[in-house]
Design a protein around this ligand. Structure first.
Ligand code: B1M
Length: 212
């Protein structure tokens, strides 16, 4: 359908105003919200995610596309059947002591683009807040971001707190951020390390589906 292609193309260009107008027009024309999401917006975000991974677009382009996705999704939310469009939940945050959130916000957008509901705890999140959010929201996945070598240890502290609360087996733990590595992931007992937001979302989706 032409209008869905236009939504995808404008989303990739970060034209939030046009995307929201087209989404409203598509709803008014009787196109189901789930089709608008799955056949218009998500393919657009997938293209951006792949280009970002391949260094064909950079942070500013991703952020404007993400904003367009957010605004379009907000319009669709009341019309969406959550059972068919949401595949699972992920609690996300930048660990205690760390205020960097640009990468985390990209991870959030990519997760949402994969149909994962994100409980975003923000930045400077203490271990106990992650534990409380897992107990409350019962996610399949927890995503921990750290940008400073001095805050990497908080990833370990958070995983230990999740274990101590008896919640470790209920979640797949994903870790990332510039100083984080695959071997660090193994050392601290996390499940998955991914170097970028798009790969993180792909891995989270696979982990959530594997738990079903
Ligand atoms: Co800061 N900072 N910063 N900083 N900052 C770095 C990280 C640093 C490398 C700069 C440097 O010295 N070269 C350095 C860390 C050195 C180290 O620890 N080894 C540093 C420092 C030292 C500091 C301060 C201590 C500076 C000071 O005050 N003296 C201070 C600390 C504040 C704090 O957190 N307590 C500080 C502050 C800040 C600002 C507030 C000014 C600002 C943050 C603004 C914000 O986030 N809202 C800032 C910025 C912007 C940076 C740099 C320049 C850029 C970071 C960024 O957003 N990159 C950074 C230098 C650099 O990285 N080159 C730097 C873009 C973003 C898309 O990439 O976040 O890496 P990134 O996310 C990537 C991947 O890492 C991955 O996906 C993204 C790509 O798709 N990813 C995940 C991230 N999280 C993931 C989670 C996953 C999976 C993948 O799964 C869960």
């Amino acid at each position: 359908m032409q209008i869905l292609t236009e939504i995808s193309e404008n989303l990739q260009k970060g034209k939030a105003k046009i995307v929201t107008q087209l989404v409203q027009q598509a709803l008014d024309n009787g196109i189901p919200a789930d089709d608008i999401l799955q056949q218009g917006m998500m393919p657009g975000m997938d293209i951006i995610a792949t280009k970002f991974k391949n260094n064909e677009v950079f942070v500013p382009e991703v952020l404007v596309a993400a904003r367009a996705m957010n605004q379009g999704t907000a319009l669709l939310k009341p019309h969406l059947d959550s059972a068919t469009s949401v595949i699972g939940k992920c609690v996300l945050g930048t660990v205690k002591g760390d205020l960097h959130d640009i990468g985390k916000n990209l991870v959030r957008m990519m997760l949402e683009g994969k149909g994962i509901e994100v409980i975003d705890l923000g930045v400077d999140v203490p271990a106990e807040k992650f534990v409380a959010a897992i107990a409350e929201h019962k996610p399949e996945c927890v995503a921990l971001s750290a940008l400073l070598t001095t805050t990497m240890g908080e990833i370990s502290a958070t995983i230990q707190a999740i274990e101590a609360a008896g919640l470790r087996d209920s979640v797949t733990i994903l870790v990332g951020g510039a100083p984080v590595t695959d071997s660090f992931c193994s050392e601290v007992g996390a499940d998955i390390y991914q170097p970028d937001a798009a790969s993180a979302a792909e891995a989270a989706k696979a982990a959530i589906l594997a738990r079903k």
